[in-house]
Design a protein around this ligand. Structure first.
Ligand SMILES: C[S@@+](CC[C@H](N)C(=O)[O-])C[C@H]1O[C@@H](n2cnc3c(N)ncnc32)[C@H](O)[C@@H]1O
Length: 387
């Protein structure tokens, strides 16, 4: 029997839409369309499970179940009430509602989620005399409401809690980068896994852990304990086990070096613990070292790092730090492509090299530039970064 196909929405971060679309294409998604921080696509249940397990740059995979316009507040309650919720959960089950509201008759997302929850609960009470309970942390179904210009999309969140929570990062440092952003930067860099990889300001080790997972073809969902769809009424355990088993057989060995170093011994201790929890500690060499002292392997490769921006970590002299980064790049990183993400556009100029690419990304609320510097003999003379 052919499995039923349906439309889905994968949510992501600004600037990662195209990378996510590629990832979805690679696992067999069709009808792929990009929008703001989201990619819509078509696939069956197997593809939905795979999208959750394999997409390094997705935050949530949503399955739309209804859509309608509302003119006034009461319409929302009525239309939500009319959905056959008994197809998706039992009266004794639990639910949570997330809402995003923009340019609509209803302006408060919290109120929209409350009204949605009331309508679902009332329907069950009217039909069964029982009512589901709310469970914010671990519900049976997580309902997602997207209300934009009075059009309301109702979806089930097949991921549950955000997919950036991979499950391996047990500790963080002062200013950790999101796992999804770290993976997105590595994929944007086009690293072909045929060269060394170094993050010489690795903090809690997120970028090197994500690189090691990519290098070994370990799915980003490998360490996660649960996904939303596992509690759905139509959950197919055999299909899910098969996807996970296939992934184990698809793991590959990586021949080159992955190096994470940081000036802070405390940060390196945390990074080691995180890598150990991901069972990647044998794949990554960690060193307590300043960026200036770090000498990378001679045969070239890729450097990706997020230095302090002067926001959460405030170095004494941010300009001097970026100048020293530039000097060390020119001196020690011949044959490397360096990708540096920072929200401090002025400081980036003091690297003293002209970037060959600049990509806008957001680290939380901070607008950042991801700048690529190609280091080769003679790049010392090239011009500076400009906004
Ligand atoms: C923004 S944090 C990196 C966070 C990291 N990506 C993570 O996910 O945890 C910047 C890091 O740069 C380190 N750092 C600052 N100056 C340094 C230097 N001169 N050499 C090496 N590391 C340095 C800090 O100790 C800090 O861990």
């Amino acid at each position: 029997m052919k499995s039923e196909k349906f439309s889905m929405v994968a949510k992501t971060m600004t600037g990662l839409e195209e990378i996510l679309a590629n990832e979805l294409n690679n696992i067999g998604a069709t009808d792929i369309e990009l929008s703001n921080r989201a990619v819509t696509f078509t696939g069956d249940k197997e593809l939905m499970y795979k999208a959750n397990y394999w997409s390094r740059t997705a935050l949530h995979i949503l399955k739309p179940i209804a859509g309608f316009y509302i003119r006034r507040e009461e319409d929302l309650y009525k239309k939500i009430y009319d959905i056959q919720w008994e197809d998706y959960m039992n009266a004794t089950g639990t639910l949570a509602v997330d809402a995003v509201v923009n340019a609509s008759v209803m302006t408060h997302s919290h109120y929209v989620s409350l009204k949605t929850k009331d309508a679902i609960v009332d329907r069950f009470r009217d039909y069964t005399e029982r009512r589901p309970n709310v469970d914010i942390e671990n519900p049976d179904i997580r309902v997602n409401i997207h209300l934009f210009k009075n059009y309301c999309s109702v979806s089930l969140d097949s991921s549950g809690y955000s997919l950036h929570k991979r499950g391996y990062r047990i500790k963080t440092g002062v200013a950790p980068i999101s796992e999804v952003l770290a993976a997105g930067i590595i994929l944007l860099s086009g690293w072909d896994k045929q060269s060394n990889f170094i993050d010489p300001m690795c903090g809690s080790g997120t970028i090197v852990c994500e690189a090691a997972m990519i290098a070994n073809n370990i799915p980003p969902g490998y360490y996660r304990k649960t996904f939303g769809f596992e509690k759905w009424k139509d959950f197919d355990l055999n299909l899910w086990e098969k996807i996970k088993m296939d992934a184990i057989n698809e793991q590959i060995e990586f021949e080159y070096d992955i190096i994470g170093s940081d000036i802070s011994s405390e940060a390196i201790e945390i990074a080691r613990e995180n890598a150990k929890s991901a069972r990647l500690h044998k794949d990554i060499v960690f060193e307590v070292k300043s960026f200036e002292e770090q000498i990378p392997p001679e045969d070239g490769g890729i450097l990706i790092m997020n230095p302090p921006y002067g926001e959460r970590i405030v170095p004494e002299d941010i300009v001097k730090l970026y100048q020293e980064v530039g000097n060390a790049l020119k001196k020690n990183y011949n044959g490397y492509n360096a990708w540096i993400i920072s929200s401090d556009f002025n400081a980036l100029k003091f690297i003293g090299l002209k970037p060959t690419r600049k990509i806008t990304l957001f680290n939380g609320p901070l607008e950042c530039k991801l700048a690529k510097f190609e280091i080769y003999q003679g790049s010392k003379k090239t011009a500076k970064f400009t906004d």
